[in-house]
Every structure is written in C-alpha cells, then in structure tokens.
Design a protein. Structure first.
Length: 431
C-alpha cells in the first residue's frame, strides 16, 4: 500500500508534474520516477504555484491538488495521499485543526497507524504553534520564505512513513507467526497427552493384563509342584525368581502408566501431588515436602471445588518436569512443593536447595524442558517464572482462575461431601 493511504481509491486530479531530472526516490534508469500525490491545503493560488515550482525544480514528480475549505479537505481524504501540505491560517479553521481531522479520519478508517506525512507550510507560525503541531503528529513545519527546504522535508517525511509502515507490517507478520507457533505448540501438547493416554491404556489392557495372568500361572505351577517328586532341585528357586521378575515387570508397567497418564489425578490435584512427592522421595532419597494452602481444601460445608478443564494436568506436568530436573541436575537435598489458590490465581511453586541455573544453561539451544513448560502453561492461559541463585532454584506456575471471591469455583453441588480428616482430604478431594 502506498504511503499515506487511509483508504479509498486514487482518482486522477489536475495538478502540476515536475521534471524527472533527479528521480525521487532513486529509481533504476529504465523506470519512471515515483509519482508523489500531494494534497495542498492553501487558500492562495500563487503560494500553491510557488510550492510546486520548488518541488519541480528539485526533480520530484508531483501530482497535486489544492483545496482550502474544511468540506473539501474532508471529501479529499477519501483518496490516498503520499503527503499533506497545509497552511496554518485557513478559511474557518487552522492547520492544527486539519491535522486532527486527518487523524480522526484514519482512525475511523481502521488505519490509525497509516497517517500520511503532514507538513505545515506557513508565512507566520510561532514556536508554540509549531511545537503543538509536532506533538499532535505533524512531520515537519517550515516557513514560506524558506521553501528551498520543502522538497528535502517531503522526501524525509515520506521515507520515514514508508519505513514505519514496513515496520508495522513486519510486526503484524511476526505476531501472526507467533500466534501460529503457539497454536502449533498447544496442538502438539494436546496430541502428546492424547498419545500418552492411548499408550497407557494399551499397557494397562495388554501388557499389564498379560503379566498378571502370567504371574497367576507361575504361582499355580509353584504351588502344584511343591510336593511333587522327581523334579529338578533348582525348580522351586527358579519359579520364585520368575515370580519376582514378573512382579517387578508389573510394578514397572504401573509406574510407566502413572507417568504417561496419572490416574490419581482423578482423585484431585493435591492427591496427585502428594503421591508424586512421596514417590520422588522414595526414588531419589531427596526430602520432598508438599505444602497445601487452606484455599485448596474443601469448603467448610464439604462441597468439592473444581479447577477449570486442563489446569490440574498442566500443574501436575509442571511439577513432574520440575522434580525431574531437580533429580538430574540440582544436586539438592530438599525440595518444597507449594500449591495455593488466591486472588483468582492458582499458584504452584517448586523450590530446591541445590545448585542454581546459569544464564548459559537457560539459554541452551536444546533446552526444551523449560520452553515446554511455558508452552504448556499457555494452553490454560498461565505462565511460568523461573528464578535461580547460587543456592537453589524456584519455579512458579501461575494460572488465572474464574469463580466467586476470586477463588476456586465450586464444583457440582450434587457430589457427596468429603471426609474432614486431613488424609482423606488430601487423597479423596476432587478439585
């Protein structure tokens, strides 16, 4: 789109065209110079002719039209212009008024950023007036007794407008690209969770079922061969070893299923985090404490609370990734997981006392774990903050919630009330 276009269609208007001795802007020798469309607010025909003469002398190809009333100006704005020249004193209004009309027109047209360059050219203009005009968006101002500067001022203003327009177009393209990348990341996260769910179900139905049946068969053989004679002496020991291997395989399949699709989330976020912290502590020997704020517990009347769809899984995966990083890199001896909901925001904080992360570690090209957390949080409108020092790292997930009193929204009131003891609250509360 040419510079200064607020909308409408270019109509060929009578004007004066200068020679092309010095094309503007620079064009290849086989191309004609760029035609500059000028709207000139001027009530003096001689002053209009003088301005065009200076532009012609500078080698600019100009298509200009002179107007002098507010009505003509508003009507002319339906066409695109590369630059608007304006006298300050006009019949019934001023150049600053004209600038405001131009701004309102472009805003109403849906292109407020595409304001064409506006240059004040006046025989008498005070410093205060010039400052006010520049503050309101004028590109430049000059006196009629110094029109030698008109062509350079127009060239500079048009070039600046073209540059700003190109920058805005690039920003819009970048925003669209970022939005598409975010949508792709969210789609990938959703697809990964769906695939994990499917794999977990396959393991449970096929592998887990087969291993359990095999365990029963081996146990039956062990029981029915205990009193038999003529069998190898090492057979009981071998059967016992086989049963242990099958039991270990069943435990491993259950652990894999939990990692792929935590069924314990059906019992609520707190229950899932408690199970995760307990398993983490047993597996790594790193002390892991879970702190649950009162706002995450059931209401006094026993009514269950509900998180928005997907939030519990995002919080669980965030804690899982954080604990995995602690076990791999932090060399910590203690981890604290804190979950709360207040002021309309669910907050999950995981902090350790291990060695901190450096800027280089965070900026690694293949540091996809932390980036994945940011993308996962964005799927539910949340965000992740990471802070690290010489001793310890803290990761905070924040997710906005909707509900009365800026807290957790109540779930279906038809659900039965929960037991009031702490253990039952932790393991049987559905959020």
């Amino acid at each position: 789109m040419p510079s200064g276009e607020c909308g409408g269609r270019l109509v060929i208007l009578p004007g004066m065209t200068g020679d092309a001795a010095a094309p503007f802007p620079a064009s290849p020798p086989d191309r004609p110079p760029r035609l500059v469309r000028v709207l000139h607010l001027e009530d003096s025909e001689p002053d209009h002719a003088l301005a065009l003469a200076h532009l012609r002398r500078a080698g600019m190809a100009v298509q200009a039209v002179r107007i002098e009333s507010r009505q003509e100006f508003e009507a002319a704005l339906a066409q695109p212009w590369d630059v608007v020249l304006s006298d300050y004193h006009l019949p019934g209004f001023t150049g600053v008024d004209a600038l405001q009309i131009l701004r309102r027109h472009c805003a109403a047209d849906g292109t407020p950023g595409d304001l064409p360059p506006f240059i004040l050219v006046s025989g008498q203009i005070g410093e205060d007036t010039a400052v006010e005009a520049m503050r309101n968006g004028a590109s430049d101002y000059l006196l009629k007794n110094n029109l030698a500067r008109l062509a350079p001022a127009m060239e500079h203003a048009i070039a600046a407008a073209d540059s700003q327009r190109a920058r805005r177009a690039a920003d819009r393209e970048l925003q669209v690209s970022r939005a598409r990348l975010s949508e792709l990341a969210q789609h990938l996260q959703t697809s990964v969770e769906a695939e994990r769910h499917a794999i977990s179900r396959e393991i449970h139905d096929d592998v887990g079922g087969s291993l359990t049946a095999l365990k029963f068969e081996l146990d039956w053989i062990r029981r029915n061969t205990a009193a038999a004679t003529g069998l190898p002496v090492e057979l009981p020991a071998r059967l016992h070893s086989a049963l242990e291997l099958v039991t270990h395989a069943i435990d491993a399949s259950q652990r894999i299923m939990q990692n792929l699709r935590p069924a314990i989330l059906e019992q609520g976020l707190v229950a899932a985090l408690q199970w995760m912290c307990s398993a983490f502590e047993k597996r790594t020997s790193i002390a892991c404490e879970l702190r649950v704020a009162a706002t995450m517990r059931p209401a006094p009347d026993g009514v269950r609370r509900a998180l928005p769809p997907g939030v519990a899984l995002v919080a669980y995966r965030t804690a899982q990734e954080a604990l995995t990083n602690v076990s791999k890199h932090a060399q910590a001896s203690q981890v604290v997981v804190d979950v709360s909901a207040s002021a309309g925001v669910l907050s999950l904080e995981v902090s350790d006392n291990g060695r901190g992360l450096t800027r280089d570690a965070l900026a690694k090209v293949r540091s996809f774990g932390i980036r994945g957390l940011h993308e996962r949080a964005s799927t539910v409108g949340g965000w992740v903050e990471l802070s690290s020092g010489p001793a310890g790292t803290t990761l905070i997930l924040s997710v906005p919630l909707a509900g009365p009193d800026a807290g957790l929204p109540p779930a279906d009131p038809s659900l039965p009330p929960q037991p009031q003891d702490a253990e039952a609250e932790a393991w049987a509360t559905r959020y």
